[in-house]
Ligand binder design. Sequence first.
Ligand SMILES: Cc1cc2nc3c(=O)[nH]c(=O)nc-3n(C[C@H](O)[C@H](O)[C@H](O)COP(=O)(O)OP(=O)(O)OC[C@H]3O[C@@H](n4cnc5c(N)ncnc54)[C@H](O)[C@@H]3O)c2cc1C
Length: 422
Amino acid sequence: MADHDVIVIGAGFTGLTAAIDLIGAGLDVIVVEARNRVGGRVESQYLPNGIRIDTGGQFLCRDMTNLMETARRHGARTVLSYVDGEQSYRPALSPGQGETIWNGVERLRERMRSLDLTDPALARLTVGEWIDRQTDMPSDVTGSFRRLVKGLWCRAPEEVALAYLVSNDRRITNIYPELEMFLGGTMHALAEKLAENLGDRLRLSAPATSITIMQDKVEVDIEGRALTASHVIIAVPPVMARRIEISPPLPAPLNRALAAWEPGCAIKLQIGYETPFWRDKGLNGSVMWSDPQGIYACDASHDDYFGIVVFLGGPLASEWHKRPQSELAGFVTAELAAAIGDQAGEPISICIRDWVNDAWSDGAYSDVITDLDATDAEAILLEGLPRLRFACSELSPSFPGYIEGAIVAGKQAAHAVLQDRA
Ligand SMILES: Cc1cc2nc3c(=O)[nH]c(=O)nc-3n(C[C@H](O)[C@H](O)[C@H](O)COP(=O)(O)OP(=O)(O)OC[C@H]3O[C@@H](n4cnc5c(N)ncnc54)[C@H](O)[C@@H]3O)c2cc1C
């Protein structure tokens, strides 16, 4: 007899959602989380003045219906991102020039999404190789498209498998801007509210180190303590799932599917100011850089906090990961000063969260597939094994790599376990 019906490994939005749905269906569930907090790639910090800010996943938009509903149900307050005023570009561009390039990038993105992946000419291509073939597009458009890939998927286009990116991007279906809003009380507080539904079924600082699949149950080893259940959901990103020792060894296709991924590289900075001085200049605080590639900023002010959030993604984040954070702060504030005004060089708070090689996610925002042959990796992982399911935002049928995707993936995994048991 197993100790529990289901063990969920990981208390990010995927694991929390799966556990809540299974408990709601009357099952005995335990959630084991390696960190001493819930939320996973959604986390927060308090600034010295007591203001709480999201240092991981933060933004949402109306198209993300499951997340919107989860936030509403838990009484979370949404704050619309500030968008009045002009967008800034580095190096400087006129709004007209910027818009022309951006429209070109959107056309190229649409072209990529519409590719027929059964075309043998597209087999085993990286995104970088595909971009090189778009010779009818102006170089500022292809250059900005590379920047978009680095900024959103946080790896160099030369590394990312084209088939993966096409499939992934087709599932990102928002009509409203993805940074449309955020939660005033932080996204992390929403994760904590979700965790309240679990009560004592949640074990923090409990990393799963190995899993043994037996005939009638699965044993999960948590630093020497064993728990058993009829089913296990591994609700961690693929690169973390492959660190858990599984016996008997997984079938070769599952091992290959887990090995197909690499973590994204991202650093998030939240830079606070006395006043939102950029608004007085008619700027909305959003900055797009085409040089260096992989950096983006926007206004994330709320209540008494006036701040710009800056994202570094891809090779730029990997490079800065190796250098002192004080230098990074200097680089970013100088770049901001050039873009939105000298006052940007005098912040009152700087919070840097480097997710590169993070202990329990190894990166952010999402793992991406770099193995050019692994076109079925997601399908194989989703199938899992009879008592063992893999679930994470990466594997979501909608908004993969986003919090919305994590919620959908959690619901999907719970549904699959209930079907297995039926
Ligand atoms: C800086 C940053 C900015 C982002 N911005 C946005 C945004 O604005 N909007 C958006 O929608 N998304 C954003 N994302 C992405 C979003 O946060 C993730 O897609 C989502 O949170 C992933 O949820 P998950 O539950 O699938 O995985 P995770 O959140 O990674 O959860 C997995 C959990 O498993 C735990 N774990 C790992 N290994 C083990 C183990 N062996 N044993 C036990 N526990 C383990 C981890 O500690 C973690 O808590 C951002 C992410 C980052 C980091």
